[in-house]
Design a protein around this ligand. Structure first.
Ligand SMILES: *Cc1c(COP(=O)(O)O)cnc(C)c1O
Length: 298
């Protein structure tokens, strides 16, 4: 079975910079949930795996890119729970599997490739679903990134573990599922900032509206990536920032999600976006497995 460190701990970070601005920053350490399962991925899988079990499925199918933290976590969790898993991968099959996909395969995940254009246009098309059914039989489907109502339900448990008050909650946004769960469990006076590591945030807004029960965006906002040029794009400012952050606060950040979140958050603090004495809670959603994939790619 899985050994999970839940409830996860809180790290309060401190420095001259934060002190001078009179801002308190707390990090909710979902990156420490498990050595292998990356942060928020377990939160999103939990109720989906329970639902699959209730419906009598022992075969779980999901979707993702070749560096997907979600498929990485799914393959490991399913293997430990003696469930079969299928990963539908965006992109052509490569001769050598990258570290994420070879990890998935070693955890007995069946890999099924769909060309990028087919994936974009027909992710859930009838033809694709028929092909998958013919190949794998019956299965329980988890959408890409674990983003559905049950995924959001798992993420709504994060704030239930916190017993002090804060003003802002910050999280990284991929599909927006984690942000939805946080919004659903925030108190009325709290505000969510969702940091997107890409430029276009339309789909994420739609997801959040859908999975947060259409809560109006009066207490949340998405911040797009303006400086780095989009998803997976990095530069030396970002890698320096991440190195210095680790030296100063002893917390590791990944290049795709958490590094950009803190980079932009510190920018906002520097520019006095927040009032003095604001208490900020940042969800550390993990992502360090992607880092090895990233090293492999670049
Ligand atoms: C997957 C992932 C996210 C995105 O979460 P969503 O619920 O899809 O918005 C954020 N941070 C990290 C580290 C992730 O791996």
């Amino acid at each position: 079975m899985l050994n999970l460190n839940i409830p996860t701990s809180i790290t309060k970070i401190n420095s001259d910079f934060l002190q001078k601005k009179s801002i308190k920053v707390f990090i909710k350490r979902d990156d420490l949930i498990h050595d292998v399962i990356s942060g928020n991925k377990w939160r999103k899988l939990k109720y989906n795996l329970i639902e699959a079990n209730l419906r009598g499925h022992d075969n779980i199918l999901s979707f993702g890119g070749a560096y997907s933290n979600h498929l990485h976590a799914l393959s490991y969790a399913c293997n430990k729970m003696s469930l079969k898993s299928i990963g539908v991968i965006r992109g052509e099959k490569k001769t050598n599997l990258n570290s994420t996909l070879s990890f998935c395969q070693n955890n007995n995940m069946s890999l099924y490739y769909v060309s990028r254009s087919d994936y974009r246009d027909h992710k859930y098309s009838k033809d694709l679903m028929q092909d998958l059914q013919n190949t794998f039989g019956d299965y329980y489907i988890i959408p890409e990134g674990g983003c559905n109502l049950l995924g959001a339900k798992g993420c709504s448990e994060i704030l239930e573990e916190i017993d002090f008050d804060f003003d802002f909650v910050c999280c990284a946004v991929g599909t927006g599922c984690t942000a939805s769960g946080l919004i659903n469990s925030m108190k009325p006076h709290q505000y969510l900032l969702g940091f997107c590591p890409f430029k276009k945030v339309f789909e994420q807004k739609q997801n959040i509206l859908q999975f947060s029960n259409l809560k109006p965006s009066s207490n949340w906002k998405l911040i797009p990536d303006t400086d780095f040029g989009g998803f997976g794009k990095i530069n030396v400012n970002l890698s320096n920032f991440i190195r210095e952050f680790n030296l100063e606060y002893n917390v590791k950040l990944d290049l795709v999600y958490m590094g950009k979140l803190f980079y932009y958050l510190f920018h906002l603090i520097k520019n006095d976006f927040f009032n003095k004495h604001t208490r900020i809670l940042v969800l550390h959603s993990g992502g360090l497995q992607g880092l090895s994939g990233f090293n492999f790619k670049y």
